[in-house]
Design a protein around this ligand. Sequence first.
Ligand code: MLT
Length: 239
Amino acid sequence: MKVNCCFLPHDIYPQSLFDKTCVIIDVLRATSTICTALHNGARQILFASSIDAAKNFYDTNNISGSFLLAGERNAQKIDGFHLGNSPLEFTPDNVKDKNIILTTTNGTRAISKSKNSKKIYTISFLNLSAVAKELYFQGGDIEIVCSGTDNEYSLEDSLCAGMLVKELLNLGQKADLSDAAKIALAIAIQYGGNIERSILDSYHGKVLISRGFEPDVKYCARQSIMQVVHQVEVNDIID
Ligand code: MLT
């Protein structure tokens, strides 16, 4: 198993993905929200690259009732949408048996950029161990894709990438780590001792705190509390 890490979606070479499994990380907050929604009974999540693409899909497919529009711009709920991108909004009452169309600033873009790969999974701290086990049992080469924040590296995604590398090694995987995967592992060794403190201190963590979302940041720091393994199908991506 070869493991590489892209610290930004920009680092992906789409033509090199065909035989790889991509694992998408957007700890704050898209992949934590996806994990929570599925844990709380959402049926399916579709990923729209823009607000217009999400609205068009919703309007033209006559799907109101069973579908919810969700997402953010500048961390705030989009006007006219049912839900924002706070995982704490995705309660069983709100999402059980619903299909969700999600559009976010960075996370959905990373998913869309990875669509040429053999398989796509999403991961967060919340379901770290469950996804690591799935990847371990499947074998095959892995491209970890950090969403970053507005084209900048993010500590929380890089830390989650490193923790995934660490879990794979702990599971006994004889992984051939690229230099980027080794750098992610070094970040996990440096910052993994206190995930909550690390992500409260990250750039996007501080932005979210300043907008009233500190409970989200603390929630997203919880490790391996859910067994969700979420695979994105190409048809789930609305461009
Ligand atoms: C994103 O995709 O950019 C994020 O999930 C932003 C956020 O809602 O914190």
